[in-house]
Design a protein around this ligand. Structure first.
Ligand SMILES: Nc1ncnc2c1ncn2[C@@H]1O[C@H](COP(=O)(O)OP(=O)(O)OP(=O)(O)O)[C@@H](O)[C@H]1O
Ligand SMILES: [Mg+2]
Length: 445
């Protein structure tokens, strides 16, 4: 059979495009799974229970001891939880997993299943991280049935699997890393977690296009999906909650990678703000929300005369189509011609900005560079810009203003429609505008 690696769609012949998920070149050959596979982790029958009885049982969350991780979990681990930790090669998944195991081993017996690296290599890393080693066991095994044996016999409470792509379950056909094996192994591990009340964290590799390798189904099976990202953010790594059955999603935790391992970064407000004081033309500070956290970042723009017939437009860290749209708005609504200018845009610090509240900042940076005039010192610009050149309301304005205040800025330009939402007395100057034209006239008067 041929199987789509994105959605699991099956076909008897190879297809270039999946008719179900419309993915291209996602089909790979698989031995067909025999229908007799009904994974047997436990044979006890689950009798129907009264929900009333279950509700009153006191469930306690398990604190890992890494505050940032506990926070995005929604207050700690839940018994029987299975978590998928995804990330690109070399981003630090194994390091994070070992840090978590080291903390968890203080709570209960922990097994680190290292199918990718030898036990010695894990030992070397543990030494570098200065991990707690008392209750932490390592096994270099890739057969999940053997691992299940250890869990049953030795009473492990926390299991780390590094990674799902290199373990296998003999109950399923197919080679390691194939769609049916990954799906089968995840299902097998889920049953272990649910029936035996252990917490399992599995590592999953991410493909080039950013999805966790293997079928999408993997993300449906598990309780939480966390992505570890940020190899372009120098030493900073962001852990993002994409799915969480027991807590909020979209939230992020920031870590700093150093030779001693990962260190949590609690104050993220001005992490990506290199030159706060020195105002230069083309540079503008904006406040974007990443997950649930406000982050102040610096946008830089360079507008220069084009030497060749065609102008160049480049954008790093900001959506290219959105920047083209904003350039069109500048030309049409502000009557500033950029048709013979190259326009470059960069987000300092390597972050990718998707929050539309950065629109006004982009426009101000471009105009500032075009006029070669710096923006007023110590100012932050927050607003979404509409096609008619109007400033549109942004969400979470109070959260953003609080971080602006903490960053020590003196002026903040926001949409007029947001003014009435402000709920506390901020000590700095807040000005509201309804159109882009008014802000530009006020700033560059
Ligand atoms: N001595 C060190 N000092 C600082 N950083 C280090 C040191 N050793 C390793 N690192 C960091 O750890 C990262 C590798 O971590 P890790 O092996 O946990 O990644 P991974 O995501 O598990 O990789 P893989 O996909 O290969 O399993 C390196 O990219 C590097 O940034
Ligand atoms: Mg690894």
């Amino acid at each position: 059979m041929f199987c789509c690696s994105n959605c699991g769609y099956k076909s008897v012949k190879w297809l270039g495009k999946c008719p179900f998920c419309q993915g291209w070149e996602s089909f790979c050959e698989e031995a067909e799974i025999s229908s007799s596979v009904g994974v047997v982790v436990t044979k006890e029958k689950a009798a129907p229970q009264l929900l009333k009885d279950i509700v009153h049982t006191d469930y306690k969350r398990i604190n890992v001891g890494i505050d940032e991780f506990d926070r995005i979990l929604g207050g700690g681990l839940v018994t029987g939880e299975i978590i998928l930790l995804g990330g690109e090669p070399g981003v630090g998944k194994s390091t994070l997993l070992l840090e978590i195991s080291s903390k968890l081993s203080k709570v209960g017996k922990t097994l680190y299943v290292s199918a990718e690296e030898s036990a010695q290599q894990v030992g070397l890393r543990a030494k570098r991280l200065d991990a707690n080693l008392n209750n932490l066991y390592v096994v270099g095994e890739d057969n999940l049935q053997t691992i299940f044996g250890y869990i049953k016999d030795d009473g492990f409470k926390f299991i780390m699997v590094d990674s799902i792509q290199v373990v296998y379950c003999p109950l399923y056909e197919g080679v390691k890393g194939s769609v049916s094996q990954i799906r089968g192994s995840a299902d097998y591990l889920t049953q272990i977690a649910k029936f035996h009340g252990v917490v399992i964290i599995i590592v999953g590799h991410v493909t080039k296009d950013g999805s966790i390798a293997g079928p999408k189904l993997l993300e449906h099976i598990v309780d939480c999906v966390f992505y570890f990202e940020g190899e372009n953010l120098s030493n900073y790594r962001i852990l993002r909650a994409m799915k969480n059955r027991f807590g909020p999603t979209g939230d992020i935790a920031v870590f700093e990678m150093n030779s001693k391992g990962l260190k949590e970064v609690k104050r993220t407000t001005d992490l990506f703000l290199p030159h706060k004081e020195a105002a230069v033309s083309g540079s503008c500070v904006v406040c974007v929300i990443e997950g649930l956290r406000p982050i102040l970042i610096e946008l830089q723009s360079l507008v220069s005369k084009a030497n060749f017939g065609t102008v160049r437009r480049r954008s790093i860290g900001f959506d290219f189509n959105r920047s083209s749209l904003l350039i069109a708005i500048i030309e049409k609504r502000l009557k500033i011609s950029l048709s013979s200018e190259d326009v470059f845009l960069n987000v300092a610090g390597g972050l990718r900005v998707v929050d539309p509240a950065a629109d006004l900042g982009v426009v101000m940076a471009i105009i500032s560079s075009c006029k070669d005039k710096e923006l007023p010192a110590s100012s932050v610009f927050i607003a979404e810009v509409g096609l008619a050149g109007e400033l549109r309301k942004v969400n979470n304005i109070n959260l953003r203003l609080k971080s602006v205040e903490r960053g020590g800025f003196k002026n903040c330009f926001i949409p007029e429609s947001n003014l009435k939402e402000i709920d506390s007395n901020f000590k700095f100057n807040i000005v509201g505008f309804s159109s882009l034209k008014d802000v530009v006239e006020d700033v560059f008067k």
